[in-house]
Design a protein around this ligand. Structure first.
Ligand code: ADP
Length: 357
């Protein structure tokens, strides 16, 4: 069992920089939570406060109901996997994995069993006598995870564990972490700036910007119903297109283009008659056929689909992920329509949803 509760947590560094504002989160037993956001948004600070490597300036941290806000890191029963692996170069893989247990003076027979079991889970059995320098980046990352597994901690903490790996290895290691999570059923907190990692790994995502939590939810919730323009633009690749439009006469009027709305969409926007809003459309929600004209300036074939960049109306930049292998040339005009639309209040940047004012 390992439930974590972060309650009204603030972090103010000694130089008076406030890195985290009123962070609240209840992590369920066995849940994999991914903290995601751009560099400097406060993800690592939050993770380090959970680990006990940074003081919590205000607020409370509970582990299984027990207040551990002031508990030293070594007594928190958590294990952290770092971006740079932090392996000891002069020790073998076996010794690296056994290190924390040796320090705790556990019975060597027990240590042996635990190291072999972790090596088995991670496919490192044949590497145990090697030194870290003889291993690939991906294998070293697995050793770093192995070192955590042998300790059987209540909570695993990951700080950008894949950022030193190349793209292919990142994908493979990501899948290993998922399998590991399933196999161990452990509570995990995982920090990354990469929205793809967040979408593929998380049970729930916490999306942050400038020290503030913007939205907490499942990957699908953040993708489908982003709370605000920040989450809408950060989650999803390529990012959502955003247009300045006015809701008038049951339509959205933009600069040099007009978008028809369904009755349900009109109802959602009923409080915005005559007002300017932001219209968001994901590139993958744009399809060929329709009344919107796009003047193409680039055509990138990705295999299954093609990313087409162009301008709509009076110079509104637009990116569309079209099905199949299109071969549009610079200057071609194509006609498209929007399958799903997102609406945002221009002043608050919050999503405009049905039944909300
Ligand atoms: P992220 O992990 O999202 O990249 P961090 O948590 O590392 O962000 O940093 C959040 C903010 O706190 C940044 O503005 C950063 O400059 C600041 N910060 C991080 N560590 C310290 C520190 N030790 N002292 C002062 N400010 C810090």
């Amino acid at each position: 069992m390992a439930q974590l509760n972060l309650q009204h947590i603030d972090k103010i560094y000694d130089n008076n920089v406030q890195a985290v504002f009123d962070f609240n989160l209840d992590v369920k037993d066995g849940e994999l939570i991914v903290l995601v956001g751009p560099s400097g948004c406060g993800k690592s600070t939050t993770l380090r406060m959970v680990a006990g490597l940074e003081d919590i300036s205000r607020g409370k941290l509970l582990l299984d109901g027990k207040d551990i806000t002031q508990t030293p890191p070594k007594d928190r029963d958590m294990a952290m996997v770092f971006q740079n692996y932090a392996l000891y170069g002069h020790m073998t893989i076996y010794e690296n994995m056994a290190f924390s247990l040796t320090m705790r003076k556990e019975d060597p027979n027990v240590i042996h069993k635990k190291v072999l079991a972790a090596a088995e889970i991670l496919g490192l059995t044949s590497q145990l006598n090697k030194k870290p320098s003889q291993l690939s980046g991906g294998q070293r990352q697995r050793v770093a995870m192995g070192r955590s597994i042998v300790r059987n901690p209540k909570v695993f903490l990951f700080d950008e564990p894949l950022s030193n790996l190349d793209a292919k290895l990142r994908g493979a290691t990501r899948r290993e972490i998922l399998l590991l999570h399933k196999r161990l059923g452990a509570t995990m907190l995982y920090v990354t700036h990469d929205q793809t990692e967040a979408l593929t790994l998380a049970d729930r995502i916490v999306c942050m910007s400038m020290g503030h939590v913007q939205q907490v939810g499942t990957p699908l919730e953040l993708y489908d119903t982003p709370n605000n323009i920040f989450v809408a633009s950060f989650i999803g690749l390529p990012p959502m297109n955003l247009f300045d439009v006015t809701f008038r006469e049951g339509k959205l009027q933009g600069k040099g283009f007009e978008v028809e709305l369904t009755d349900a969409e009109k109802a959602t926007l009923s409080g915005y008659n005559g007002k300017e809003i932001k219209l968001g459309v994901r590139p993958e929600d744009i399809v060929e056929g329709g009344s919107l004209k796009v003047k193409v300036f680039s055509n990138e074939n990705l295999g299954m689909n093609t990313l087409v960049h162009g301008h709509m109306g009076d110079n509104n930049r637009i990116s569309a992920k079209l099905r199949g292998w299109t071969k549009y040339k610079n200057g071609d005009v194509i006609q498209v329509s929007f399958q799903k639309k997102h609406f945002f209040d221009k002043d608050t940047t919050n999503a405009i949803r049905k039944g909300e004012k």
